[in-house]
Write a protein that binds this ligand. Structure first.
Ligand SMILES: NC(=O)c1ccc[n+]([C@@H]2O[C@H](COP(=O)([O-])OP(=O)(O)OC[C@H]3O[C@@H](n4cnc5c(N)ncnc54)[C@H](O)[C@@H]3O)[C@@H](O)[C@H]2O)c1
Length: 428
């Protein structure tokens, strides 16, 4: 086998762009490909404003060195890495149309001796049922002409470069040679352990990891609901329970969102419905958390039809990704129940939801002004220090702390009613 010198990375989003930049920084000639003209033309002009600072720096370095180039169309390369989205449809079935399209787009450029890697989080069997047939149709026999590997990405957005370098890496080849070649490729920039397995097993590993997180967050949210009814603060209980050497209860919250944890369990639930009841229930618990918080606010006096401020639309703290966030769900439920709402986020300047742009404030006091309740939905650090003065422009004094971020007692002392996830409502 010829050594790998050139790599095409297909899909330049949260995963593909830092991957392409790291590979370019490791000495490969990398062609980053994206069908979105805006992404490609911005990068051609050296711009990637929305990327994390470390990603931006590495991309700029790669572009300046000439090791990283970008294009809307693929080209002949020694290796191909597909990093396109794998969403679920409205009925929660996996939408693999982008993996299909991306694989078809590279197929004419794949040559005997090449390595093809899929990084997109995918249902078990995607390599065998989607990638292999397309390459076969192009006249390439997997294992003979071309090596194929499934290598899921484990990155935690907000810390992408560090995680891509330090995390261990799962490499699932359709043959041993495919695993070895992909392991050598990632070994160029990954300092973590490279764990070799089969393609199907690697597909399952990724789904297992995110499902583990989803189910455990649901468990924490169930404990939170018990605590609310029992008049106990779950945060104290969890701290003490986690003193047990084999217990690690996660943090309850306002729900689960994003492109991964709220999506990937569906790939197991849809394909194995008769044995995944627990996973469905966990999805239901996490999805219903925003409604649960709204109902607690209503029980604490929030009148139907009033005006609510949503603080944080990103699905996690200190990032700008708002896809599928619990705030989307809250905004939907508020709309359905006749409330009016405003939204604020220090990181998200454009809130895309249901194919449109939702109004969003970057000025907190403008978002809060004249509202009857404020829901803290995202654990942005910027919200941690909010005190009574910050909420002074509100009409009524009701705050929902969906992340247990705020100093609650000073707010209650100042006359606010504080609905707390996992604890009884606090009042003066
Ligand atoms: N974002 C994360 O934190 C994260 C972490 C681990 C795994 N993943 C997985 O990685 C995959 C990619 O996620 P992402 O967050 O990077 O997505 P993203 O939406 O940020 O970026 C995907 C990019 O792919 C491009 N694209 C779509 N179809 C294409 C095609 N046919 N050819 C070329 N480009 C195409 C889009 O224009 C977009 O720019 C998903 O399967 C996701 O589940 C994401």
């Amino acid at each position: 086998m010829e050594p790998i010198r050139t790599i095409a990375v297909i899909g330049l989003g949260y995963v593909g762009l830092p991957t392409a930049a790291l590979l370019a920084g490791s000495g490969y000639d990398v062609l980053g490909i994206d069908i979105d003209e805006r992404v490609v033309s911005a990068l051609k002009e050296g711009r990637c404003e929305n990327a994390e600072p470390e990603v931006k720096a590495l991309v700029e370095q790669g572009l300046a060195s000439g090791r990283l180039k970008v294009s809307q169309t693929p080209a002949v390369s020694d290796a191909f890495i597909v990093c396109v989205p794998t969403p679920v449809r409205a009925d929660n079935s996996a939408d693999l149309s982008l993996v299909d399209a991306a694989t078809r787009s590279i197929a004419p450029f794949v040559r005997p001796g090449n390595l093809v890697i899929l990084e997109s989080t995918s249902p078990i069997g995607t390599i065998d049922n989607v990638v292999v047939p397309i390459l076969r149709q192009a006249g390439l026999e997997p294992g003979e002409d071309v090596d194929i590997c499934y290598c899921p990405e484990r990155v935690f957005p907000g810390n992408s470069i560090n995680e891509m370098v330090e995390n261990s890496r799962v490499v699932g080849g359709s043959t041993e040679r495919a695993t070895e070649r992909a392991a050598a490729l990632y070994g160029k920039f990954c300092r973590g352990q490279v764990l070799g397995t089969s393609a199907a097993s690697a597909e399952f590993v990724k789904l297992m990891e995110n499902t583990f997180r989803d189910v455990n967050i649901a468990l924490a949210n169930v404990f939170a609901r018990v605590a609310e009814k029992a008049g106990i603060d779950v945060m104290d209980t969890i701290r003490v329970a986690n003193g047990h050497p084999r217990v690690n209860v996660l943090h309850p919250g306002a729900g689960v969102g994003g492109h991964c944890i709220a999506v990937d369990p569906w790939f197991l639930i849809r394909d194995f419905p008769d044995v995944t009841e627990l996973l469905s229930v966990a999805r239901e618990v996490n999805d219903s958390q925003p409604t649960h918080l709204l109902e607690r606010a209503e029980a604490a006096g929030l009148a139907k039809g009033s005006r609510v401020a949503i603080l944080g639309v990103a699905y996690r703290g200190n990032i700008n990704d708002s896809r599928g966030s619990p705030s989307e769900r809250l905004a939907d439920v508020l709309g359905m129940r006749g409330y009016k709402w405003t939204a604020h986020d220090p990181y998200v300047s454009r809130w895309e939801m249901h194919g449109g742009n939702m109004p969003i404030y970057s000025d907190l006091s403008a978002a809060l002004n004249g509202t009857d309740a404020a829901f803290v939905m995202t654990d942005h650090d910027a919200y941690r220090s909010l005190g009574p003065d910050d909420f002074s422009g509100m009409n009524s004094r009701l705050i929902v702390d969906g992340r247990r971020l705020l100093a609650e007692q000073p707010l209650a002392d100042a006359g606010f009613t504080v609905v707390r996830v996992g604890a009884p409502t606090l009042q003066q």
